[in-house]
Design a protein around this ligand. Structure first.
Ligand code: SAH
Length: 278
């Protein structure tokens, strides 16, 4: 058994899209309380005022495994370590890797370190907020990066999401070397949805170089899509209204919006009578 005095704490902290105003207070507190902070240089800069003169490990993009191992070892030996990722640290972030390292090392609940996960607004949430309410109904995230996931699996998921009429948020849509995936993704969706389907390209949400393009399935490839872009593709129900992208929840299938009264044959509180939907 580890002594209580050497019980470390490993906080897996999401810091949101990249603007101080959109970090949850618990994440700020975890960073403030940490002895050591680990993360990509870019994200460390965002919270540098909190890090002050704490021990820190900043690394480049390809050293994730090393960084996760380091975080685990330091926390095991009794330190309070905060490992930070943009968005939510458990969503295509460092969080899972930390658990994989713990698992591999035979860590058990109750051992040092204690592990906590602090949520952050994902890129999907942040990007959606900048264009309206595109996530008003069922949605999913698909990463187009085939660096760790074979392309046939990604392709299968795009077909399933398109067929299931999900609003889709594409992460990692393209990079300098990877341009083909977003073209193929768009072509797959076009087999299931009209070319007029609304699409938003949100680059660097809540960051200095934020850029938003509202387009559609037909023209989306005419614009720049890169590593810092999230691509939001609407479902068959998504529409544009005064520049906003809206996916309805379905109220109008059941209620009259003018007086809130249920349509003839529909009853509040019970399943919708789908035979009456126009
Ligand atoms: N953990 C992060 C995701 C990291 S994966 C999260 O929860 O959001 C990296 C991908 O996320 C990028 O390729 C991009 O598609 C998306 N992304 C991250 N931050 C973004 C931002 N501020 N604006 C737009 N897209 C962003």
């Amino acid at each position: 058994m580890t002594e209580t005095s050497s019980q470390g704490l490993l906080s897996i902290v999401g810091i949101g899209p990249g603007n101080h105003d959109y970090i949850v207070p618990a994440a700020l507190k975890a960073i403030e309380n940490a002895d050591m902070v680990i993360g990509y240089r870019t994200y460390m800069l965002l919270v540098r005022k909190l890090i002050k003169d704490k021990e820190r490990i900043q690394t480049g993009m390809t050293e994730e495994i090393e960084r996760a191992r380091h975080a685990v070892h330091e926390a095991r030996s009794g330190k309070r370590v905060a490992i930070i990722s943009s968005g939510d640290a458990g969503v295509y972030g460092m969080g899972t890797l930390v658990f994989e390292v713990l698992k591999q090392e035979g860590w058990k609940k109750g051992d040092s370190p204690e592990v906590e996960v602090i949520p952050g607004a994902t890129a999907l949430n942040s990007c959606a907020s900048l264009v309206g309410t595109p996530l008003g109904h069922d949605s999913c995230m698909i990463s187009l990066s085939d660096l760790l996931t074979p392309w046939p699996i990604i392709e299968k998921r795009i077909h399933a999401a398109a067929e299931g009429d999900f609003v889709i948020g594409f992460y990692n849509p393209a990079s300098g070397r990877r341009q083909r995936q977003i073209v193929e993704a768009r072509d797959i969706i076009a087999q299931y949805r009209p070319l007029s389907t609304p699409v938003a390209l949100v680059k660097s949400a809540y960051r200095f170089r934020q850029n938003i393009v509202m387009t559609d399935l037909e023209s989306m490839l005419d614009y720049e899509i890169g590593m810092l872009t999230t691509v939001l593709v609407g479902s068959s129900q998504t529409y544009m209204f005064e520049g906003y992208m809206v996916t309805p929840r379905g109220y109008q299938n059941k209620y009259n919006l003018e007086d809130g009264v249920a349509h003839q044959g529909q009853t509040p509180g019970i399943s919708i009578n789908h035979e009456l939907i126009q």
